[in-house]
Design a binder for this molecule. Structure first.
Ligand code: C2O
Ligand code: CU
Length: 542
């Protein structure tokens, strides 16, 4: 049977927001881009045409692509970018996930507008582990800059410091009517009293973790990162860049208009929001005079870490007979990765970071730099000198990671393209330890090619003797992105059963650019069916 084919044309399209028009990169002229609807078990081909004047790549966030990293998408990790005028046919394999994921550009900062939802239905003969909703709606949270995003990106590269704060947050590409000139640019969710809606929420924002809530309503979480959870009913959810959360919304209030709203919880900028709350309107059908002003939900304040962990720390895998889990218990690889934002000296102290420095970010004190050709190609063909395999498994020594001052040698990381090699089917227990350099923030760490179990987290320094005793090995959530709390730690576990090269990075875009990244190289197993598949003939050249 021929595979289903989709066409993605990446091109510039004018869009008007916040009283001004600019050209943005879109897929097929749409912002947000088209939603892909598939069933678990499907394989599709997406023909990606680059009709823009920038390099581009497309990544299928959270899709495991078993044994086939060739079309995973991160530039210089698994492919060279698709150049202007060129085309790349990407095979996307949905074999494991069920729920909501998303696709986005993975080159420079173009994902700001080049992104869209992926809806993965259960196999045709099976159903959701919750009552069938009356309707389903993707809710994509994003960020909008008045300036062209390439300008913002280059300004950040030039000065080595923070670019401007975005001018608005958005819901399905629209800021909502609390922003100037945005009356028309407000997403409307029309509901009927008594019905249930499945909202497929995606945080596509560039730099910020967000709180989300709907006035007078609670929502019930049923899945995160395309993996089912035990139902969790809350008034407020926290969602980090990269993460997807499926919730059921019951339209059980008086017919009226209610705001759904999102605003920043934690930001790499270290500044509080001002009026930057994005809204959409939940509109009940029927004849009535809507309350004025429209009720707005109460959202927690900036940096309210306890509200955030209270939600994130309550997520549990469904772990049912039909959706069993398999947490690795015998661990072959123990790692502790410190994740820091650092600063490099800058000529004449003239950069825009603290004290005229240039900002950087690192994993175990190595600030990742992109190679000149992709790591996957270099690994597969044995091309030397492209990457190293010396990412340390542990920080060089144990110290107080969350103190105000770190040892000097750890404040200035080394630059490098260092990966970590894993044996096929070995098991990994990985602790992310946040540090307090350059004012801590939550770091949403994302791993390509895998989902991992989040078995523990805490504030302050990880304690090797005590903390593992409290790990949840019974029903930990299975995620592809996890927010490591500010000045805290998080432990994940996974089995290295997907051979290939898989990027791991902070999903805060500037931290990715500054080097809070590494890649796992997972070796082939003993055949059959445990080795990397061969590349397609049309891999883009560098
Ligand atoms: Cu959502 Cu490396 O990506
Ligand atoms: Cu980060």
């Amino acid at each position: 049977k021929a595979l289903a084919r989709y066409t993605f044309v990446v091109e510039e399209t004018p869009y008007k927001r916040l009283c001004s028009t600019k050209n943005i990169l879109t897929v097929n002229g749409q912002f947000p881009g088209p939603t892909l609807y598939v069933h678990k078990g499907d394989t599709i081909i997406v023909d990606v045409y680059n009709k823009a004047k920038y390099n581009i790549t497309i990544h299928w966030h959270g899709v495991k692509q078993p044994r086939y990293p060739w079309s995973d998408g991160p530039e210089y990790i698994t492919q060279c970018p698709i150049q202007p005028g060129a085309k790349f046919s990407q095979k996307v394999i949905f074999s494991i996930e069920e729920g909501t994921l998303w696709w986005h550009a993975h080159s420079d900062w173009s994902r700001a507008t080049v992104h869209g939802a992926i809806v993965i239905y259960p196999k045709k003969d099976s159903s959701y582990p919750f009552p069938k909703p009356d309707a389903e709606v993707p809710i994509i949270l994003g960020e909008w800059w008045k300036k062209p995003i390439m300008e913002v990106y280059h300004e950040m590269l030039r000065t080595g410091g923070d670019p401007n704060v975005s001018d608005a947050y958005t819901i399905n590409g629209q800021p909502g009517d609390l922003y100037p000139c945005s009356k028309q640019d407000t997403f409307k969710l029309r509901v009927e009293q008594g019905k249930t809606y499945l909202l497929r929420i995606i945080n596509a924002a560039m730099q910020d973790l967000l709180f989300f809530s709907i006035a007078n309503h609670s929502v019930t979480v049923v899945a995160t990162d395309a993996s089912y959870t035990k139902p969790l009913t809350r008034d407020i959810i926290t969602i980090s860049p990269g993460q997807t959360i499926d919730v059921l919304l019951k339209a059980n209030q008086n017919p009226d208009h209610y705001y759904m709203a999102a605003r920043v919880y934690s930001s790499a900028l270290g500044v509080a929001y001002d009026n930057t709350t994005t809204t959409a309107v939940v509109e009940y059908s029927g004849k009535y005079a809507p309350t004025s002003p429209t009720p707005l939900p109460q959202l927690p304040y900036y940096n309210d870490t306890s509200s955030s962990v209270n939600f994130t720390g309550s997520l549990r895998s469904l772990a049912s007979d039909e959706h069993p889990i398999d947490v690795p218990k015998n661990i072959t690889n123990h790692f502790i990765f410190t994740i820091s934002v650092n600063s490099f000296p800058c000529p004449n102290n003239s950069c825009a970071g603290p004290n005229g420095t240039r900002l950087a970010a690192s994993v175990n004190n190595i600030s990742f730099t992109n190679p000149s050709i992709d790591i996957l190609q270099a690994y597969y063909y044995g091309i030397k000198g492209v990457f190293g395999t010396r990412l340390p498994s542990f920080p060089p020594y144990i110290f107080n990671f969350t103190a105000d001052d770190l040892p000097l040698d750890l404040e200035t990381p080394k630059r490098g393209t260092e990966a970590k090699v894993l044996k096929y089917n070995s098991t990994v227990d990985l602790v992310f330890q946040g540090t307090n350099l350059e004012a801590g923030t939550d770091h949403p760490i994302h791993l390509h090619g895998y989902s991992f179990y989040v078995v523990g987290w805490g504030f302050g320094n990880f304690d090797l003797k005590k903390d593992p005793l409290d790990y949840n090995l019974v029903d930990p959530p299975l995620q592809n992105t996890i927010a490591v709390p500010k000045n805290g730690w998080t432990t994940i576990r996974f089995r290295a059963d997907n051979p290939g090269v898989w990027f791991m990075h902070c999903h805060i875009e500037r931290h990715l650019t500054w080097g809070m990244d590494t890649a796992f190289i997972v070796r082939n197993g003993v055949p059959p069916n445990t080795h990397l598949l061969s590349p397609p003939p049309d891999m883009p050249p560098c």
